[in-house]
Design a protein around this ligand. Structure first.
Ligand SMILES: [Zn+2]
Length: 76
């Protein structure tokens, strides 16, 4: 079940994805360490683990669309 509280917006700049602000430590902006293939997979609902480079918080991206990622845990 996709829950709004598990969403976070991201920006795409060329092939890189950024969070405007980290949902955990509020660093801004943060490059999301995710491979292009994993992004494609996430669009198809294939889970992609990510460790935030700023604070080392772990999330699993369970799905994403053109504006938001859905994580396995609450982000807001
Ligand atoms: Zn952070």
């Amino acid at each position: 079940m996709l829950d709004f509280h598990h969403t976070w917006p991201y920006e795409r700049v060329k092939n890189d994805l950024y969070f405007e602000e980290c949902p955990f430590c509020h660093t801004s902006p943060v490059l999301i360490p995710i491979k292009k293939e994993a992004v494609q997979g996430a669009f198809e609902g294939i889970k992609a683990p990510v460790v935030m480079p700023c604070c080392h918080e772990r999330i699993v991206i369970e799905s994403m669309d053109r504006d938001y990622i859905w994580a396995d845990r609450k982000l807001r």
